[in-house]
Design a protein around this ligand. Sequence first.
Ligand code: FES
Ligand SMILES: [Fe+2]
Length: 360
Amino acid sequence: MATSADYKLGEYAFARGWFAVANSSEVTRTPINVHYFGQDMVLYRGESGRVVMLDAWCPHMGTKLGSGETSATTTAAFFMEGDNIRCPFHAWRFGPDGKCNHIPYHDGPIPPGARVKPWRVEDRYGIVFTWHDPEGQEPDFDIAPFPEWDDPQWVRWQGLEPLCDLNHPIEIFDNMSDVAHLGHLHGGHAVTYENEYDRHLMHQRQSSAVEDNSSGLFGQTYSTIAGYVGPGIAFGRFREMGAAQIICVTPIDDGTCRAWQAAMVRSPSGVVDDTSRAMRDKASALFGGGLLRDGEVWAVKKPALHVMQLPSDGPFRQSRQWYSQFFNPRTKAAEILAPITGVHYAKGWPPFTPVDAAAE
Ligand code: FES
Ligand SMILES: [Fe+2]
């Protein structure tokens, strides 16, 4: 395992950005514990429907909020009141702002230190995202847009499907600038290819021809417009297929991460029905299966602390520089981005042209 410091990413072990922490369907009135960014949190849905995520360690005596299934508190009616949660040990009650707002056996003022950190969360696209920021500031960019979610012709995904829990997230991120592996690992040789860096956005645009038949798509050509919005959310749009994919990558500890994916498709008939839902499931399985080929490699490879980058490789070094902006104070972003902002090509691959250029 290698850490962010081993990769020389910057000042912080964990990047600034939006990250998936759960599917919305998993977040109910029954609290769950999650562990990301090297920290433990409790996650639940308040009575109002609001999703709440708090640091898990009770300031009273260190009990883990969300634990204690048999506690007299967690089994009592007052355990989850409104949007609050009580600690299983002595029933101190915490609000969505993280402040203790009731201690059942104490009638004096509540100590000001009786609070836990509240996390900023957004429930969007059926996924709960949180904003992680080592500088503790407000978000300076939004969650990746998926307008397909609100388009009635598109079949929504049913939640993120976990792919793997391993490796530093940079090893997954490297995929986005790895033109050579498309043919040699995935069996879809790139015909045109380019990457672009623009502030918190990274783009990968390519057209490919399928050269193996494990997917049953031999001979087909397709174009993908993919990229990252910040370090934790990647998108892919398969133009000719009418499909969109989300890949979420969230650090667990320094050097490990969880990757998930999900897919939506545009219904050819314009109606969401069993036929188009089956297409969605097939696309999701196809994309997930493609990522499992990467996963096989990730599971056993050594950390690539340095990439022996050939001119005909994609721009790994430039991509890693883009990625490093999120591991440093935001005041350094302009300096980090200045040498790489713009479009980059790999030797031997012409600039991106969509297969279906007429659709432009
Ligand atoms: S340890 Fe949480 S209320 Fe006592
Ligand atoms: Fe890949």
